[in-house]
Design a protein around this ligand. Structure first.
Ligand code: BGC
Length: 848
């Protein structure tokens, strides 16, 4: 398929990807320089080397957009739906088109390697990075990731598949060892990496923070030679670069010998001179170093960064012309993907699409309606070029005679809103609005100061050299009578004073560890109440912070100023929303998570919706039977009121075009074609893996092969909504299946399914094929997802879907022989609309 971004173009190597040529180049370089190339030169750039013709390579996150080399500050990015939303489309071709979009963004931002996709699995519903993963299922994950990689790399931008391997949770992620048996590792967790590397052809792979104990070797992933050299570079013949997760490398000798190729970020880190020394001492063979440099050059060649050598000190070649700005077709693709990923979980009486809406009253309710949660937190975060929230999207789409009223229905956050600095805070040393930062050296000498009209200094970089302490000061002028609440969050070593009184302090000296547990991005503090009872009250704020040395992440401080003025109580906001729902023909309630719940760096502690959102939904639904609930979350949340509302639409973290996409779906301009890429529990404790907190340093994958829907099926437990479920906006009958009667071991199976669109609209269907082994072995899954495809079919017509079941789906890992084995015998193919809605069956005899 040719995407909106033009036909795929080959990478732009000046030289062919030629082994002999690359090796001869490397031969001309001395050991110290070779080793120096194997650590980054900054957070996101690799070293250039004129003598090799190696130009600077820039790497950046991924996976909701392309951040660019200047962090989240300048250079706004297109913000795509979170990967779990793309996962819900089950659409390889759409994933490939998204890869094309990311490549276009990467070209605009001078980026050569995108740190995406993530192919870890949604093993537990509480995983902090759940929104960054595609699915709970290895097949679905691998297929979508491979599509995305193809779309990206066809345009000369490398993918970095991460986090290799078994890094499914965040708690204590730099220290735990995941403990798995080999069949589980091969069949479940390595499987999507295998697909992405072998079918997608990924050019780089990221070694995870965590470690792995597979019963033979227990080692951090940056040193795990069984996985890096044995599986990745050995079994799969991976010719690309293995990159460390940021600041995850703990050793020189073990990691270099273990198969890691590149330490990020730099310029510091455990390699450099220590690695060169280890080579001289005979602990690492120089050929090991040469192989890593060759891999780096091969990557450079693939992404168009290898040229003829040039004279050191001169510019390599003329700069590329600036690429065109984002096109309308790119924005349209973001909107299409967001709409396509939405999942209709329930839709009684076909209420959605809402039609006709003309002349009606719609009450739009919920904190996330206005404060839409567009993207998750952590390294995936990008500064979007624009965002359209649900209120604005609906407002823009509704005909003028529709009366749309908007009601928050109570605050859904645990923390206070950010302080309105422009309105309330002034420079203590001047008159303008802002918070003044003063920079001091260790002797207490003032090095400079800076005034910013910003409440969010999390994290803040950029001090005069030699700064060891930063003092943030401001004066608040509060005049609204009532009780104001104030929260100053800080991390590291700090003191917080309000009106000169010490209100919070800490002595946390962790450097890079602080950065990695994400508290740097989410500083919190105690809530302080300030009563204003007439006139204006001046409040002096001061946060004194020691500069944190976060290694490759730089030197930084982190603080956030929050303030809640007196206002209506939660109860009165809910009551107002309920009244509006009562008076309206339709109530749309947007519930969801927010940046306090979904992020890299931690796992969630609960599946409950934050705040009083459950109460809000129940009361609105009781007031209006035509209540549509939109769930704005990238990961599972419990819906205890699911049967009390008319319609439930899972809208994910939809990216910048959120509001337009929701309007498209609600008004019937686009079909919400999504199918759940994971199982939604009705009670948290029903999940096969309710949490993944390390015990004595281990995360035990003791459920083995029974992860996700496989675990639900084995336990014969009933979820709220099963894996694969989604109604779309039409109805289907599955009429016939055709599969070969026999297949030889090692062959793929093509299954043909005839289905009819029996509903009122043209629509998409995701045809799912599950495989059951000849004998039900309780140690193995009851059935596994073994193939799927998306078809489009006009109303009242039929379509034949062809689903390919790959040979790997018929194989199991034989731990004794250490090899794949095809199980002979009569397999049953169960075809249907979800893992629990299986409509047709075919039998295939697999020959031994
Ligand atoms: C994350 C990676 C990310 C890297 C660079 C790490 O903290 O785990 O996924 O690519 O930072 O930002």
């Amino acid at each position: 398929m040719v995407s909106a971004f033009g036909p795929p173009r080959p990478p732009l190597p000046v030289l062919p990807d030629d082994e002999v040529e690359l090796r001869s180049r490397v031969g001309g370089l001395d050991l110290d320089r070779k080793v120096a190339l194997l650590t980054g030169v900054s957070h996101s750039a690799l070293a250039e080397e004129p003598r090799l013709g190696l130009r600077r390579i820039v790497v950046t996150d991924g996976p909701q957009g392309v951040r660019g080399q200047h962090g989240v500050g300048p250079g706004h990015s297109l913000l795509a739906p979170a990967p779990s939303a793309l996962g819900a489309t089950w659409d390889r071709e759409l994933a490939e088109r998204m890869g094309g979009l990311f490549a276009a963004e990467a070209h605009r931002k001078g980026v050569h390697v995108l740190l995406a996709p993530l192919v870890n699995l949604q093993r537990t519903p509480v995983a902090g990075r759940h929104f960054e993963y595609f699915a709970e299922d290895p097949l679905l994950t691998g297929e979508l990731a491979a599509g995305l990689v193809r779309g990206l790399q066809a345009r000369g931008v490398a993918a970095c598949v991460k986090h290799f391997v078994a890094n499914e949770s965040e708690t204590d992620r730099t220290r735990y060892l995941a403990r798995l048996d080999e069949p589980t590792l091969r069949e479940i967790y390595l499987n999507p990496f295998e697909t992405t590397v072998l079918d997608g052809g990924a050019w780089t792979v990221m070694a995870a923070y965590s470690g792995l104990d597979d019963g033979v070797e227990a080692a951090p992933m940056t040193e795990n030679s069984r996985m890096l050299r044995g599986v990745l570079k050995g079994d799969w013949e991976f010719t690309g670069v293995v990159i460390s997760d940021w600041a995850s490398t703990k050793s020189a000798v073990e990691s270099a010998n273990g198969g890691l190729d590149l330490v990020m970020p730099g310029p510091l880190g455990p390699w450099g001179p220590a690695l060169a020394e280890a080579v001289r001492a005979g602990k690492v063979d120089e050929s090991v170093i040469d192989d890593k440099v060759v891999r780096l050059l091969r990557l450079a060649s693939r992404v168009g960064r290898l040229t003829d050598p040039w004279e050191p000190g001169t510019a390599p070649v003329a700069a590329d012309p600036p690429p065109p700005a984002p096109s309308e077709s790119e924005i349209a693709l973001l909107r299409e993907t967001a709409a396509r990923g939405m999942v209709v979980l329930r839709n009684e009486r076909d209420l959605v699409p809402l039609s006709p809406v003309a002349g009606r009253r719609i009450a739009l309710i919920g904190h996330n309606a206005e404060a839409t949660y567009f993207q998750g937190g952590g390294s995936a975060y990008v500064t979007p070029q624009r965002t359209v929230n649900f209120v604005d999207g609906l407002r823009a789409a509704l005909p003028p005679d529709v009366e749309l009223s908007v009601h928050r229905g109570g605050d859904a956050r645990d923390h206070l809103p950010l302080l309105a600095v422009e309105d309330l805070a002034t420079d203590p040393d001047g008159t303008g609005p802002g918070i003044r930062a003063s920079f001091f050296d260790p002797s207490g000498r003032l090095l400079g100061s800076d005034l910013r009209a910003a409440s969010d200094w999390a994290p803040h970089y950029g001090f005069p050299p030699g700064t060891s302490r930063v003092v943030l000061r401001s004066v608040l002028s509060l005049s609204e009578p009532g009780t104001h609440q104030l929260e100053i969050g800080a991390v590291g070593r700090y003191r917080v004073r309000v009106d000169g009184e010490l209100r919070d302090h800490a002595e946390d000296d962790r450097g890079v560890e602080l950065m990695l547990d994400s508290s740097v991005n989410h500083p919190t503090g105690p809530v302080i109440e300030i009563v204003v009872d007439g006139g204006t009250r001046r409040v002096e704020l001061e946060a004194e912070l020691s500069v944190i040395d976060a290694g490759g992440f730089g030197r930084l401080i982190s603080a956030r100023f929050r303030h809640l003025p007196p206002g209506p109580s939660r109860e009165s906001e809910i009551a107002e929303a309920v009244l509006a729902a009562e008076r309206a023909e339709i109530a749309v309630v947007v519930v969801g998570t927010n940046e306090e719940s979904e992020s890299e760096g931690w796992d969630r502690t609960t599946l409950d919706l934050p705040g009083h959102q459950n109460e809000l939904v129940r009361r609105v639904a009781a007031a209006n039977p035509r209540t549509v609930v939109v769930v704005n979350a990238g990961a599972p949340v419990l819906l205890p009121w699911a049967t009390e509302v008319n319609t439930i639409l899972w809208a994910w973290l939809p990216g910048q075009e959120a509001g337009h996409a929701l309007a498209d779906v609600l008004l019937g301009r686009a079909e919400a074609t999504g199918r759940l890429p994971w199982t939604l529990p009705s009670r948290a404790e029903d999940s096969p893996v309710p949490h993944a907190i390390p015990v004595d340093g281990f995360v035990d994958y003791s459920e083995g092969l029974h992860v996700g829907h496989r675990g639900w099926d084995r336990a014969d437990a009933t979820p709220a909504y099963p894996f694969g479920h989604g109604l779309g906006w039409t109805t289907w009958t599955y009429e016939r299946v055709h599969a070969p009667r026999t297949v030889a071991a090692g062959q793929d199976i093509d299954v043909r399914v005839l289905l009819a669109n029996t509903g009122p609209r043209d629509g998409h269907e995701v045809v799912q094929v599950y495989l059951e082994a000849p004998v039900d072995d309780p140690t193995r899954p009851v059935r596994t997802l073994s193939g799927f495809t998306v078809v489009h079919c006009a109303a009242g017509t039929s379509v034949e879907a062809t689903v390919s079941v790959p040979r790997r789906a018929l194989q199991t890992w034989d731990a004794v022989l250490g090899t794949w084995r095809t199980t002979p015998g009569a397999h049953r193919l169960r075809i249907g609309r979800s893992s629990r809605d299986l409509l047709l069956t075919a039998q295939v005899e697999v020959l031994g």
